[in-house]
Design a protein around this ligand. Sequence first.
Ligand code: TXA
Ligand code: MG
Length: 369
Amino acid sequence: MTEKNNINTIISDGNDNEAISKASKILKNGGLVAFPTETVYGLGADALNEEAAAKIYAAKGRPSDNPLIVHIADKDSVYELATEVPEKAVMLMEAFWPGPLTIILNKKKIVPDGTTGGLDTVAIRMPSHPVAMKLIKESGVFIAAPSANTSGRPSPTLAEHVIEDMNGRIDMILDGGAVGIGIESTIVDLTGDVPTILRPGFVTKKMLESIIGEVEIDKAIIEPDPNLRPKAPGMKYTHYAPKGEVTIVEYEDDGINPDKDKDESPQSNDKKVIDKINSLVEKKNAQGYKTAVIATKENAPYYKCENVLIVGEADKGVTISANLYAILRKCDTIGAEYIYSEALNQNELGGAIMNRLLKAAGHRVIKAN
Ligand code: TXA
Ligand code: MG
Protein backbone atom coordinates (compact mmCIF):
# COMPACT_ATOMS: atom_id res chain seq x y z
CA MET A 1 0.00 0.00 0.00
CA THR A 2 1.30 3.41 -0.90
CA GLU A 3 -1.63 5.08 0.88
CA LYS A 4 0.66 6.50 3.52
CA ASN A 5 2.26 8.89 1.07
CA ASN A 6 -1.04 9.74 -0.47
CA ILE A 7 -1.57 13.28 0.65
CA ASN A 8 -4.50 15.12 -0.82
CA THR A 9 -3.46 17.50 -3.52
CA ILE A 10 -5.20 20.86 -3.39
CA ILE A 11 -6.22 22.07 -6.85
CA SER A 12 -6.86 25.82 -7.10
CA ASP A 13 -7.30 28.60 -9.60
CA GLY A 14 -3.86 30.16 -10.08
CA ASN A 15 -5.39 33.59 -10.57
CA ASP A 16 -6.90 33.55 -7.10
CA ASN A 17 -4.78 35.55 -4.63
CA GLU A 18 -5.75 33.36 -1.69
CA ALA A 19 -4.54 30.32 -3.58
CA ILE A 20 -1.20 32.03 -4.25
CA SER A 21 -0.88 32.81 -0.52
CA LYS A 22 -1.58 29.23 0.39
CA ALA A 23 0.89 27.95 -2.23
CA SER A 24 3.52 30.38 -0.96
CA LYS A 25 3.17 29.04 2.59
CA ILE A 26 3.50 25.48 1.33
CA LEU A 27 6.72 26.37 -0.52
CA LYS A 28 8.18 28.18 2.48
CA ASN A 29 7.46 25.12 4.60
CA GLY A 30 9.30 22.79 2.24
CA GLY A 31 6.30 21.47 0.28
CA LEU A 32 5.63 20.93 -3.43
CA VAL A 33 3.45 23.16 -5.63
CA ALA A 34 2.85 22.76 -9.37
CA PHE A 35 2.33 26.04 -11.22
CA PRO A 36 1.97 27.31 -14.79
CA THR A 37 4.81 28.98 -16.66
CA GLU A 38 4.73 30.30 -20.23
CA THR A 39 6.51 27.12 -21.44
CA VAL A 40 5.11 24.16 -19.48
CA TYR A 41 3.83 23.54 -15.93
CA GLY A 42 6.59 23.34 -13.34
CA LEU A 43 6.77 21.33 -10.11
CA GLY A 44 8.17 23.74 -7.56
CA ALA A 45 10.03 23.53 -4.27
CA ASP A 46 12.30 25.88 -2.32
CA ALA A 47 15.53 25.72 -4.36
CA LEU A 48 17.78 26.45 -1.36
CA ASN A 49 16.19 23.78 0.82
CA GLU A 50 17.83 20.49 -0.06
CA GLU A 51 15.13 18.36 1.59
CA ALA A 52 12.39 20.14 -0.32
CA ALA A 53 14.25 19.69 -3.61
CA ALA A 54 14.66 15.98 -2.83
CA LYS A 55 10.86 15.65 -2.68
CA ILE A 56 10.67 16.74 -6.33
CA TYR A 57 12.80 13.77 -7.40
CA ALA A 58 10.61 11.40 -5.42
CA ALA A 59 7.33 12.78 -6.82
CA LYS A 60 8.55 12.64 -10.42
CA GLY A 61 10.54 9.43 -10.21
CA ARG A 62 13.41 11.52 -11.58
CA PRO A 63 17.02 10.27 -11.67
CA SER A 64 18.96 12.18 -8.99
CA ASP A 65 21.75 13.23 -11.37
CA ASN A 66 19.31 15.36 -13.36
CA PRO A 67 19.58 18.94 -12.06
CA LEU A 68 16.69 21.37 -11.57
CA ILE A 69 16.16 24.86 -12.98
CA VAL A 70 15.99 27.64 -10.38
CA HIS A 71 13.21 30.15 -11.11
CA ILE A 72 13.60 33.77 -10.02
CA ALA A 73 11.36 36.85 -10.25
CA ASP A 74 14.02 39.53 -10.38
CA LYS A 75 17.13 39.73 -12.58
CA ASP A 76 19.29 40.80 -9.61
CA SER A 77 18.69 37.41 -7.98
CA VAL A 78 21.18 35.94 -10.44
CA TYR A 79 23.98 37.54 -8.42
CA GLU A 80 22.83 35.68 -5.29
CA LEU A 81 23.01 32.33 -7.08
CA ALA A 82 26.01 32.61 -9.44
CA THR A 83 29.67 33.28 -8.66
CA GLU A 84 30.20 35.31 -11.81
CA VAL A 85 27.77 36.75 -14.33
CA PRO A 86 29.53 37.25 -17.69
CA GLU A 87 28.57 40.18 -19.88
CA LYS A 88 26.90 37.91 -22.41
CA ALA A 89 24.66 36.57 -19.65
CA VAL A 90 23.61 40.11 -18.78
CA MET A 91 22.88 40.83 -22.44
CA LEU A 92 20.70 37.72 -22.73
CA MET A 93 18.89 38.50 -19.48
CA GLU A 94 18.14 41.99 -20.76
CA ALA A 95 16.93 40.71 -24.13
CA PHE A 96 14.87 37.65 -23.14
CA TRP A 97 13.89 37.86 -19.45
CA PRO A 98 11.31 37.41 -18.25
CA GLY A 99 10.80 34.63 -20.78
CA PRO A 100 11.55 31.12 -22.03
CA LEU A 101 15.35 31.19 -21.67
CA THR A 102 17.41 29.35 -19.05
CA ILE A 103 21.06 30.24 -18.50
CA ILE A 104 23.72 28.04 -16.93
CA LEU A 105 26.29 29.78 -14.72
CA ASN A 106 28.80 28.70 -12.06
CA LYS A 107 26.93 28.32 -8.78
CA LYS A 108 27.47 29.85 -5.39
CA LYS A 109 27.65 27.61 -2.31
CA ILE A 110 24.14 28.52 -1.15
CA VAL A 111 22.69 26.47 -4.01
CA PRO A 112 22.65 22.93 -2.61
CA ASP A 113 23.96 19.89 -4.49
CA GLY A 114 20.48 18.43 -4.17
CA THR A 115 19.22 21.13 -6.56
CA THR A 116 22.05 20.92 -9.10
CA GLY A 117 22.49 17.15 -9.14
CA GLY A 118 25.98 17.62 -7.70
CA LEU A 119 27.12 19.96 -10.51
CA ASP A 120 29.14 23.14 -9.85
CA THR A 121 26.80 25.03 -12.16
CA VAL A 122 23.23 26.20 -11.75
CA ALA A 123 20.43 26.66 -14.30
CA ILE A 124 18.50 29.91 -13.80
CA ARG A 125 15.33 31.19 -15.45
CA MET A 126 13.01 34.15 -14.92
CA PRO A 127 9.59 33.06 -16.21
CA SER A 128 7.11 35.57 -17.63
CA HIS A 129 3.88 33.83 -16.62
CA PRO A 130 2.03 36.07 -14.14
CA VAL A 131 1.12 33.18 -11.82
CA ALA A 132 4.74 31.98 -11.69
CA MET A 133 5.95 35.53 -11.07
CA LYS A 134 3.45 36.12 -8.25
CA LEU A 135 4.29 32.82 -6.62
CA ILE A 136 8.04 33.44 -6.59
CA LYS A 137 7.58 36.98 -5.28
CA GLU A 138 5.02 36.16 -2.61
CA SER A 139 6.76 33.03 -1.33
CA GLY A 140 10.06 34.89 -1.17
CA VAL A 141 11.92 31.73 -2.19
CA PHE A 142 13.75 30.81 -5.37
CA ILE A 143 11.73 27.99 -6.87
CA ALA A 144 13.48 24.87 -8.18
CA ALA A 145 11.14 23.45 -10.77
CA PRO A 146 11.39 20.75 -13.37
CA SER A 147 8.45 20.11 -15.67
CA ALA A 148 5.54 18.75 -13.60
CA ASN A 149 5.24 15.39 -15.37
CA THR A 150 6.19 11.92 -14.26
CA SER A 151 9.74 11.30 -15.54
CA GLY A 152 9.64 10.12 -19.16
CA ARG A 153 6.16 11.46 -19.97
CA PRO A 154 5.50 14.57 -22.08
CA SER A 155 5.70 17.82 -20.10
CA PRO A 156 2.31 19.14 -18.91
CA THR A 157 0.75 21.99 -20.86
CA LEU A 158 -2.57 21.91 -18.96
CA ALA A 159 -3.34 21.55 -15.25
CA GLU A 160 -5.23 18.36 -16.20
CA HIS A 161 -1.93 16.81 -17.30
CA VAL A 162 -0.39 17.65 -13.93
CA ILE A 163 -3.38 16.12 -12.16
CA GLU A 164 -2.98 12.96 -14.30
CA ASP A 165 0.66 12.55 -13.26
CA MET A 166 0.91 14.14 -9.81
CA ASN A 167 -2.43 13.92 -7.99
CA GLY A 168 -1.82 12.61 -4.48
CA ARG A 169 1.96 13.01 -4.81
CA ILE A 170 2.27 16.77 -4.27
CA ASP A 171 0.66 19.37 -1.98
CA MET A 172 -0.96 21.75 -4.44
CA ILE A 173 -1.61 22.51 -8.11
CA LEU A 174 -2.24 26.06 -9.33
CA ASP A 175 -4.38 25.93 -12.48
CA GLY A 176 -3.50 28.67 -14.96
CA GLY A 177 -5.19 27.12 -17.99
CA ALA A 178 -3.30 26.23 -21.15
CA VAL A 179 0.30 27.45 -21.36
CA GLY A 180 1.31 29.60 -24.32
CA ILE A 181 4.47 28.06 -25.76
CA GLY A 182 4.10 24.39 -24.89
CA ILE A 183 7.73 23.24 -25.06
CA GLU A 184 10.41 23.79 -22.43
CA SER A 185 12.74 26.80 -22.31
CA THR A 186 15.88 27.14 -24.40
CA ILE A 187 18.92 26.31 -22.24
CA VAL A 188 22.20 28.14 -22.89
CA ASP A 189 25.42 27.28 -21.10
CA LEU A 190 27.49 30.41 -20.47
CA THR A 191 30.28 28.79 -18.46
CA GLY A 192 32.52 27.97 -21.47
CA ASP A 193 34.28 30.04 -24.13
CA VAL A 194 31.45 29.93 -26.63
CA PRO A 195 27.82 30.06 -25.40
CA THR A 196 26.26 26.67 -26.12
CA ILE A 197 22.62 25.66 -26.54
CA LEU A 198 22.00 22.55 -24.43
CA ARG A 199 18.29 22.35 -25.25
CA PRO A 200 16.55 24.12 -28.17
CA GLY A 201 13.37 26.07 -27.43
CA PHE A 202 11.28 29.10 -28.31
CA VAL A 203 14.35 31.36 -28.18
CA THR A 204 16.19 30.18 -31.29
CA LYS A 205 19.93 30.13 -32.12
CA LYS A 206 19.32 33.01 -34.51
CA MET A 207 17.64 35.09 -31.81
CA LEU A 208 20.51 34.42 -29.39
CA GLU A 209 23.14 35.24 -32.03
CA SER A 210 21.46 38.54 -32.81
CA ILE A 211 22.28 39.59 -29.23
CA ILE A 212 25.62 37.93 -28.37
CA GLY A 213 27.18 36.74 -31.63
CA GLU A 214 28.46 33.18 -32.09
CA VAL A 215 26.47 30.45 -30.34
CA GLU A 216 27.08 26.71 -30.64
CA ILE A 217 24.65 23.83 -30.28
CA ASP A 218 25.66 20.89 -28.07
CA LYS A 219 26.50 18.23 -30.70
CA ALA A 220 25.03 15.46 -28.60
CA ILE A 221 21.51 16.84 -29.10
CA ILE A 222 21.73 17.06 -32.88
CA GLU A 223 22.63 13.48 -33.75
CA PRO A 224 21.96 10.52 -31.47
CA ASP A 225 25.50 9.24 -30.92
CA PRO A 226 26.14 6.88 -28.00
CA ASN A 227 29.67 8.31 -27.70
CA LEU A 228 28.45 11.84 -27.10
CA ARG A 229 27.09 12.71 -23.68
CA PRO A 230 24.66 15.67 -23.66
CA LYS A 231 25.81 18.52 -21.42
CA ALA A 232 22.31 18.87 -19.96
CA PRO A 233 21.95 15.58 -18.07
CA GLY A 234 18.19 15.53 -18.73
CA MET A 235 18.70 15.39 -22.48
CA LYS A 236 20.06 11.86 -22.32
CA TYR A 237 16.85 10.34 -21.02
CA THR A 238 14.00 9.05 -23.18
CA HIS A 239 11.29 11.61 -23.08
CA TYR A 240 7.89 12.42 -24.36
CA ALA A 241 7.26 8.96 -25.73
CA PRO A 242 3.68 7.70 -25.89
CA LYS A 243 3.17 3.97 -25.25
CA GLY A 244 2.57 3.31 -28.95
CA GLU A 245 5.39 3.29 -31.51
CA VAL A 246 5.89 6.69 -33.13
CA THR A 247 7.31 6.99 -36.66
CA ILE A 248 8.07 10.27 -38.41
CA VAL A 249 7.48 10.29 -42.16
CA GLU A 250 9.33 12.99 -44.05
CA TYR A 251 9.96 14.01 -47.60
CA GLU A 252 13.60 14.59 -48.29
CA ASP A 253 15.51 15.13 -51.47
CA ASP A 254 17.91 12.19 -51.72
CA GLY A 255 20.50 14.38 -53.43
CA ILE A 256 21.30 11.69 -56.01
CA ASN A 257 19.40 13.38 -58.78
CA PRO A 258 19.01 16.98 -57.65
CA ASP A 259 17.07 18.06 -60.75
CA LYS A 260 14.52 15.33 -60.52
CA ASP A 261 12.11 17.14 -58.21
CA LYS A 262 12.84 20.61 -59.43
CA ASP A 263 9.35 21.62 -60.50
CA GLU A 264 7.57 19.87 -57.70
CA SER A 265 5.57 22.18 -55.49
CA PRO A 266 5.69 21.61 -51.73
CA GLN A 267 2.12 20.46 -52.01
CA SER A 268 3.09 17.45 -54.04
CA ASN A 269 5.83 16.64 -51.50
CA ASP A 270 3.14 16.73 -48.84
CA LYS A 271 1.09 14.38 -50.99
CA LYS A 272 3.91 11.85 -50.95
CA VAL A 273 3.99 12.00 -47.14
CA ILE A 274 0.21 11.63 -46.98
CA ASP A 275 0.23 8.65 -49.37
CA LYS A 276 3.03 6.96 -47.43
CA ILE A 277 1.30 7.45 -44.08
CA ASN A 278 -2.02 6.24 -45.49
CA SER A 279 -0.41 3.06 -46.76
CA LEU A 280 1.34 2.42 -43.41
CA VAL A 281 -1.92 3.00 -41.55
CA GLU A 282 -3.80 0.68 -43.89
CA LYS A 283 -1.28 -2.09 -43.30
CA LYS A 284 -1.40 -1.80 -39.52
CA ASN A 285 -5.19 -1.58 -39.49
CA ALA A 286 -5.38 -4.76 -41.61
CA GLN A 287 -3.27 -6.47 -38.92
CA GLY A 288 -5.78 -5.32 -36.31
CA TYR A 289 -3.73 -2.54 -34.72
CA LYS A 290 -5.06 0.80 -33.55
CA THR A 291 -3.40 3.71 -35.35
CA ALA A 292 -3.17 7.49 -35.09
CA VAL A 293 -1.79 10.19 -37.37
CA ILE A 294 -0.22 13.44 -36.16
CA ALA A 295 -0.98 15.93 -38.91
CA THR A 296 -0.84 19.60 -39.72
CA LYS A 297 -4.18 21.31 -40.19
CA GLU A 298 -3.62 21.74 -43.93
CA ASN A 299 -3.07 18.03 -44.58
CA ALA A 300 -5.44 16.53 -42.00
CA PRO A 301 -8.45 16.07 -44.35
CA TYR A 302 -6.46 13.73 -46.61
CA TYR A 303 -5.63 11.04 -44.07
CA LYS A 304 -7.54 7.79 -43.95
CA CYS A 305 -7.20 6.92 -40.30
CA GLU A 306 -9.65 6.59 -37.41
CA ASN A 307 -7.60 9.05 -35.30
CA VAL A 308 -6.23 12.09 -37.10
CA LEU A 309 -4.79 14.42 -34.46
CA ILE A 310 -4.31 17.98 -35.68
CA VAL A 311 -1.21 19.47 -34.08
CA GLY A 312 -1.18 22.95 -35.63
CA GLU A 313 -0.47 24.94 -38.77
CA ALA A 314 2.59 23.86 -40.77
CA ASP A 315 4.21 27.27 -41.03
CA LYS A 316 3.23 28.60 -37.59
CA GLY A 317 5.54 26.92 -35.12
CA VAL A 318 3.89 28.11 -31.95
CA THR A 319 0.52 26.60 -32.97
CA ILE A 320 2.39 23.27 -33.12
CA SER A 321 4.55 23.62 -29.99
CA ALA A 322 1.47 24.61 -27.98
CA ASN A 323 -0.32 21.35 -28.89
CA LEU A 324 2.43 18.78 -29.33
CA TYR A 325 2.57 17.36 -25.80
CA ALA A 326 -1.22 17.26 -25.40
CA ILE A 327 -1.38 15.31 -28.69
CA LEU A 328 1.32 12.87 -27.54
CA ARG A 329 -0.65 12.30 -24.33
CA LYS A 330 -3.82 11.83 -26.38
CA CYS A 331 -2.13 8.97 -28.25
CA ASP A 332 -2.10 7.11 -24.92
CA THR A 333 -5.69 8.05 -24.04
CA ILE A 334 -6.98 6.58 -27.29
CA GLY A 335 -4.67 3.58 -26.97
CA ALA A 336 -2.92 4.05 -30.32
CA GLU A 337 -0.40 1.26 -30.97
CA TYR A 338 1.20 2.77 -34.08
CA ILE A 339 1.49 6.52 -34.52
CA TYR A 340 2.65 8.23 -37.71
CA SER A 341 3.63 11.88 -37.71
CA GLU A 342 4.47 14.32 -40.44
CA ALA A 343 7.87 15.98 -39.94
CA LEU A 344 7.04 19.31 -38.28
CA ASN A 345 10.08 21.30 -39.34
CA GLN A 346 8.76 23.86 -41.81
CA ASN A 347 8.55 26.74 -39.34
CA GLU A 348 10.61 29.03 -37.14
CA LEU A 349 10.47 26.62 -34.18
CA GLY A 350 11.19 23.58 -36.36
CA GLY A 351 14.47 22.72 -34.61
CA ALA A 352 13.01 22.77 -31.12
CA ILE A 353 9.83 20.94 -32.13
CA MET A 354 11.70 18.22 -34.07
CA ASN A 355 14.06 17.73 -31.11
CA ARG A 356 11.04 16.65 -29.01
CA LEU A 357 9.28 14.75 -31.79
CA LEU A 358 12.44 12.79 -32.65
CA LYS A 359 12.77 11.75 -29.01
CA ALA A 360 9.12 10.71 -28.91
CA ALA A 361 9.82 8.62 -32.03
CA GLY A 362 13.06 7.15 -30.67
CA HIS A 363 14.60 8.69 -33.83
CA ARG A 364 12.50 6.43 -36.08
CA VAL A 365 12.25 8.40 -39.32
CA ILE A 366 11.28 7.07 -42.72
CA LYS A 367 11.33 8.81 -46.09
CA ALA A 368 8.20 9.26 -48.14
CA ASN A 369 10.13 9.32 -51.42
O1 TXA B 1 10.62 25.59 -19.55
C1 TXA B 1 11.27 25.04 -18.66
O2 TXA B 1 12.49 25.11 -18.58
C2 TXA B 1 10.49 24.22 -17.63
C3 TXA B 1 9.65 25.19 -16.79
C4 TXA B 1 8.96 24.52 -15.65
O3 TXA B 1 10.47 26.24 -16.36
N1 TXA B 1 11.35 23.44 -16.81
C5 TXA B 1 11.99 22.32 -17.28
O4 TXA B 1 12.73 21.66 -16.34
O5 TXA B 1 11.92 21.95 -18.43
P1 TXA B 1 13.26 20.17 -16.52
O6 TXA B 1 13.80 19.79 -15.22
O7 TXA B 1 12.20 19.32 -17.08
O8 TXA B 1 14.46 20.33 -17.50
C6 TXA B 1 15.64 20.93 -17.06
C7 TXA B 1 16.77 20.59 -17.96
C8 TXA B 1 17.23 19.16 -17.81
O9 TXA B 1 17.55 18.63 -19.08
C9 TXA B 1 18.49 19.31 -16.95
O10 TXA B 1 19.38 18.26 -17.15
C10 TXA B 1 19.03 20.64 -17.43
O11 TXA B 1 17.87 21.42 -17.59
N2 TXA B 1 19.88 21.30 -16.42
C11 TXA B 1 19.51 21.81 -15.22
N3 TXA B 1 20.58 22.30 -14.56
C12 TXA B 1 21.63 22.13 -15.36
C13 TXA B 1 23.04 22.42 -15.23
N4 TXA B 1 23.53 22.98 -14.15
N5 TXA B 1 23.84 22.07 -16.27
C14 TXA B 1 23.34 21.50 -17.38
N6 TXA B 1 22.03 21.19 -17.55
C15 TXA B 1 21.20 21.50 -16.55
MG1 MG C 1 11.25 17.83 -18.01
